[in-house]
Unconditional design. Sequence first.
Lengths: 337, 243
Amino acid sequence: MIFIDGTIIDDYDAYLHAMSRLSTTDTAHHPENVQRFARSIVTAIDRMHNEYSHEKVFLKLDANGAGGWSCVSPTENPLLYDWSQTFDRRVDYLISYIEKNVLEDHLPSHAIVEEFIHADIRPGNIAADYTVCGFVLNAKFYPTSINLCATDSRGQYIEQWTAATPEQIGDDPQIWQRMFSTYAKMVEIEAEPFSYRNGIYAGDLFVTSDYQLKQRDWNIRRGGRSTPETLIMLNEPNYETKVNVTIDKNLSSENLFEIYTNVCDRLSRPPYSMYPFSTSFCYFSKLAEPNFLRINILINPENFRDDNGQILAKEKHRRTYQEILQDYVVDELKKYG
Amino acid sequence: MSDEDFQAFGFQNASSFDYRIELAHRISRNFGADHLIIFDDVALTVSKSERATSFVAVQGCDRSLLPALWLAAGFQHGATILLYTPPNPIELREYLRVKHSFEQRLKRSIRVRMLWNCIDVLQIYENDVDQYIDLCRESPKTRKEFYDEFHIDQLKENLQLICADAQRSFVFPFETMHLHHRALSHYPQIVLADVPTVDKAKHNLLLRQHHFTDLPNLLVTFSYLLFSFEASRSSCHFLDDIY
């Protein structure tokens, strides 16, 4: 169906029809097109709220985008979703958002306005936002892992828990079965129309508080969970995050490489026994001002205990490791006066 | 084991060591390949807008090492990783620890080559850690200038060396794209995975058409005007369509 506005659709045949009409002149990034796009999007946001009765909605500015500016979260952009504001005021907000964030010569061909999903809250105050991964061979899905992910207020992934078994992260095995089953069904449906019979498969879904699955994202690439999913083959769970430490002193690339190496060395030894990876960042600390160290780490949560000998609560991990890394960096910097 | 039984086993044991090794073998057989070539050409997936903010040092991102390890176990000639820079020596030390655990479990060695500037840097590390550290320290001067298609070009320019004695190599980039097929599919010794659909709207709408229900409700908004011959009908019937 194509709505009377002429730009909004909600079925597959209309989508195929629309994509067949795509032309680069129509999506050129100039003010007229930006205006029209912004007006259509706000119209769609209103439809989802008013006619489809979704209290909250979420805009993905580019249906093909991998994240970043494409996720226009209600937390960071409340005005856009504030129905007490006028249509025009919200359109103006979106226009300035597009101008600020979309640096390409062309606008996205299409955006998605979807119902805001209220994920179940798992122990440790983490939303039940899972990545499900596997491999498709001859149109059949073979699972490799499930990861529990957490995002910041913009919807960017900042950490994840990967476990060899659901019990290791306090999940019900049935939920994992349902997730894998859903993916197997999806892969089967998509194989022929999308000509996707052989390759990796990964996506993102929410589990709601009434145990519904909402498959919301497809990230069909190797991605950040392929490293943690290798280590679970040794039957241990792991927590993954990346820590950025700002370096206020002006040091050479060589010095920063030494600091990076020494910090990783300390982290990898007991008691933490962390696994540092994607360490090629060690050569590029000077690419931003102020300079920074970016260290990706994996740690078995069992290796970190609080003062009472308890495993650290989920919500405390990131800050804890940030502090540890920060301390180690400060120690290293002392060598440089 | 039949495909169905193997899949059912995977549902219950996705992280099991034996299951994954068998999966690696099946991947190899499926592609008719005896060698895996893997690289993280992440820059190809990062837009200009993102490059300015969260992905400022995209050439430093390489997470291909550990996945290459378990996949390599399924290929007769193992895996070759193509790198833009040598990994930090600490990462290699920890990597080898994991590799040895895997090999102990398998009771055989896993062949992994890590090629940087056509040198197997993993072998250098294994032979002489200090030499490896020197190589890392020198690498900012000796590495090539970065550009998005670096890894693909490295593969094309050094195909013989990379493929070595393998008959057919499955090339596994960060995200398989039409670009890879255009650049590589005419080489008979290379096989690629299918190109995935990245459009979230396309996935959602197709699945919905097939009565798949584990989906959020959504509307797709195009940035250009569509041919609206259905517009007058839709304005009367859209309420019927919802309920």
